[in-house]
Design a protein around this ligand. Structure first.
Ligand code: CMP
Length: 144
């Protein structure tokens, strides 16, 4: 496995409120992914704006920033073969109403903004996102 096989997820505030942190993380562990970074954090509004900068200007941007920065959440770095693709498939499409049963959004959500979980969509996104939420993680120390 190479250091390419990393992704970042964060469980949005609704997951904390509903007590679904263990349920969701256990799905990743059951799949065989390793949790190699894990923290409880609260993003500042500024961090949320930077994190979601590709969505700046979209109609949902302010609501999204407000939603993810209002309360504590859990962020994790996951490792495993083809992890970016595997995790995106496990979480389902953005809108939980459209997400297939069996996916995390399909099984546990309805709200498109507080849609339970965010996951990096590429290696490039992972690198940008991990530098915001896990600035202490030295990716160059990973083997591969
Ligand atoms: P996420 O995977 O965190 O990435 C961008 C987020 O924007 C998305 O999940 C949703 O929480 C939020 N969002 C809200 N409305 C929309 C929308 N209409 N289309 C896409 N993303 C949306």
């Amino acid at each position: 496995m190479s250091r390419q096989d990393l992704t970042l997820v964060f469980l949005k505030p609704g997951v904390m409120e509903r007590g679904l942190v263990g349920t969701i993380l256990s799905r990743f562990e059951a799949k065989g992914l390793k949790i190699v970074g894990l923290k409880l954090l609260r993003m500042s509004g500024e961090e949320a704006r930077e994190f979601y900068s590709v969505h700046r200007g979209k109609t949902f941007f302010e609501d999204l920033v407000e939603t993810v920065s209002r309360k504590d959440m859990v962020a994790a770095v996951l490792r495993g073969r083809e992890v970016v693709r595997v995790v995106r498939e496990m979480i389902g499409v953005t809108d939980p109403v459209e997400a297939a049963p069996g996916t995390i959004r399909g099984d546990f959500g309805l709200d498109i903004t507080d849609n339970l979980i965010h996951a990096s969509d590429s290696r490039e996104s992972f690198e940008a996102e991990v530098s915001i939420l896990f600035p202490e993680l030295d990716l160059s120390s990973w083997s591969g």
